[in-house]
Ligand binder design. Structure first.
Ligand code: PEP
Ligand code: MG
Length: 603
């Protein structure tokens, strides 16, 4: 907030000084409340006993944990390859049976009720008794089964811990953590949390994308936050400016309340732009070049934003978030077909680009992940590699669901993390097979499904010309492209200063893709976060990009800037920036250009 004082004196009401700590804005919005510290690694089921009035809550916690563990087992079992040893299957089956064993559950509930043991302790005690019985049974088979119980115990305790973390979160608080995952955000959001602030993390990480989709203000990279804030401290989180105010003075709180009320009353405008119509399309530059502006969507709740924000359909739907929002389980083909139908019907003629599951990397859907942990997950079992590795489990059902939903509108399919044209060829072959199967099964579908790739691996950008003959469109994912080109982890705040998609090396690759697309008549759009950055938009347009896909909240600002700039002049800016060798100079030049070429009311 412009006039929040960074070093104000003591509040009239309290004794400690207000403190303003700067970070990086990762999702907009203002949150005013008390801090709640969250430590993902804290052993929060250590408590062994509970108070008598907590018994029923503890039993509910147990029931939820059992349910979560059952779902987890179901997912794991679905992912066990057919060829896996019968032992694995038997082990999982035994765990599932135990979770449904009323005698076991009754014994746990009894300990909670009669001995006021915490759910975790009661589970451990009951399983310990079982284990001893099996070990001393004299039966070799039963003796072996004893060790299976260790796995079950771990699973249940983990599940209890997850539930407990969420339950312990004070509703209407602001979460303070070292780092968060997208899964954490989904869990928190069910507890009406107001916002989150982390010591680490980057502005284009997946967690920031999820926070935007959930409408949860998020500020990352507030390095001192863990030292400066304790649970219960009053705080104001400013997700617009990337700032946290600790123990704010009453006047500061009042200023933020006003600002919050203004935003709520008029979320699309900035006060001075009252007359603007967001859906006045087409959006053209001052010299008449039309620019298509689409929306990046992660949750079905965001579909309601498309019209008010004037989006030309969806340019990127991250389907892994649909899975994550449902607890991270595998959605069935039917469930997916229904979900994609809702999406495509909401976008009308403009249609929707649906990206196939992008697993891996920053642990987008940990429950769908299989195999051993990886040292470099961003360079590992991720995106299309994972899908092609196990096509029957995730790829085929998703493609079938898309072919079916396509009957109700105009879908496009987007492949994540593509490196080699051969991968595209393999997907096309699988689509053909599924088309034949749907036809043979008499299931209705529409095979007219344009296929595009995310250009986010440098190899795909460098060889865009080779991909052009295999694909119907390119969508440049600058979030990943930047981290791979600059070798800077997009989620690592320590090196965050070196992460900027406006780096000329990244821009050079974007130009290369634009040119390859132009030669082959293959449309190119940009869907990484840079497309919603008003300083970068003139540069992207100047490079020849004419379609941008951005988070709905960024659309108004992007529309304003496109309408206020001249394409021919933007080409000059792009040429100039391609000559520099570092992101800092490129960004400074882009900022100056916007300041001088675009009237201030437009930015
Ligand atoms: C990207 O990498 O730029 C992108 C749009 O995809 P995601 O942020 O989901 O990795
Ligand atoms: Mg990506």
């Amino acid at each position: 907030m412009e006039n929040a004082s960074p070093t104000a004196g003591p509040d009239r009401a309290g004794s400690s000084a207000e403190r303003v700590i700067e970070g990086t804005s990762a999702a907009p919005g203002i949150a005013i409340g008390t801090a709640s510290r969250y430590d993902a690694s804290a052993p929060d089921i250590q408590r062994t006993t509970i108070d008598a009035d907590e018994v029923e809550a503890e039993i509910e916690l147990l029931a939820n944990a059992v349910q979560r563990a059952e779902q987890e087992l179901e997912t794991v079992r679905a992912l066990v390859p057919d060829a896996a040893e019968a032992d694995t299957e038997a082990l999982l089956e035994a765990q599932a049976l135990m979770l449904r064993d009323e005698e076991f559950l009754q014994a746990v509930r009894q300990r909670i009720r009669e001995r006021t043991e915490s759910a975790g302790t009661a589970v451990q005690s009951v399983l310990e008794t079982h284990r001893k019985r099996l070990e001393t049974s004299g039966d070799e088979h039963l003796h072996d089964r004893a060790s299976d119980l260790v796995d079950l115990e771990k699973r249940l305790l983990r599940s209890l811990r997850r539930g407990k973390v969420a339950v312990n979160m004070e509703a209407h608080s602001i979460v303070v953590a070292r780092n968060l995952t997208a899964t954490d955000l989904f869990r928190f959001s069910r507890h009406s949390l107001l916002g989150c602030v982390t010591a680490e993390g980057g502005a284009t990480s997946h967690v920031s994308i999820v926070a935007k989709a959930l409408n949860l203000p998020l500020v990352v990279g507030v390095q001192e936050v863990l030292e400066a804030v304790s649970s219960g401290d009053p705080v104001v989180l400013d997700g617009y400016e990337g700032r946290l105010v600790v123990r704010p003075q009453s006047a500061t709180v009042e200023q933020y309340r006003q600002r919050q009320a203004e935003r709520e009353a008029s979320p699309l405008k900035d006060g001075e732009l009252e007359d603007e119509k967001m859906d006045d399309r087409p959006v053209t530059t001052t010299d008449g070049r039309t620019v298509t502006l689409r929306a990046n969507v992660g949750l079905d709740t965001e579909l309601d934003l498309l019209d008010p924000y004037g989006a030309d359909g969806i340019g990127l739907l991250r389907t892994e978030l649909f899975f994550l929002a449902d607890g991270g389980r595998t959605l069935t083909e039917d469930e997916q077909a229904r979900a994609y139908r809702t999406v495509v019907e909401a976008t009308g003629e403009a249609g929707a680009t649906i990206r196939l599951l992008d697993l891996g990397g920053d642990e987008r859907t940990p429950r769908l992940r299989t195999g051993p942990p990886e040292d470099n997950p961003f360079l590992g079992w991720r995106g299309l590699r994972a899908l092609l590795d196990r096509p029957d489990e995730l790829l085929r059902p998703q493609l079938r669901a898309l072919l079916r939903a396509n009957r109700h509108g105009a879908l496009r399919v987007l492949l994540p993390m593509v490196t080699d044209p051969e991968e595209v060829r393999r997907v096309r072959a699988i689509i053909d097979e599924e088309v034949d199967r749907l036809a043979a099964e008499g299931v209705a579908y529409d095979p007219d499904l344009p296929l595009g790739i995310m250009v986010e691996v440098p190899a795909a950008a460098v060889q865009a010309h080779a991909f052009a003959e295999h694909v119907d469109f390119f969508s440049i994912g600058t979030n990943d492209l930047t981290q791979y080109v600059l070798a800077v982890d997009r989620g690592n705040e320590r090196v965050g200063a070196g992460y900027d998609a406006l780096h000329p090396a990244v821009l050079g690759l974007i130009l290369r893709v634009v040119e390859a697309g132009r030669m082959a008549g293959c449309p190119v759009e940009v869907c990484g976060e840079i497309a919603g950055d008003v300083q970068a938009v003139p540069v992207l347009l100047g490079l020849g990009v004419d379609t941008l896909s951005v988070a709905p909240q960024h659309l108004p600002a992007v529309q304003r800037i496109v309408r206020a700039l001249g394409y021919e002049e933007a080409k000059g800016l792009a040429r100039e920036i391609l000559q520099v060798t570092d992101a800092e100079t490129a960004r400074r030049r882009a900022r100056e250009w916007v300041d001088t070429h675009v009237s201030s009311s437009s930015t």
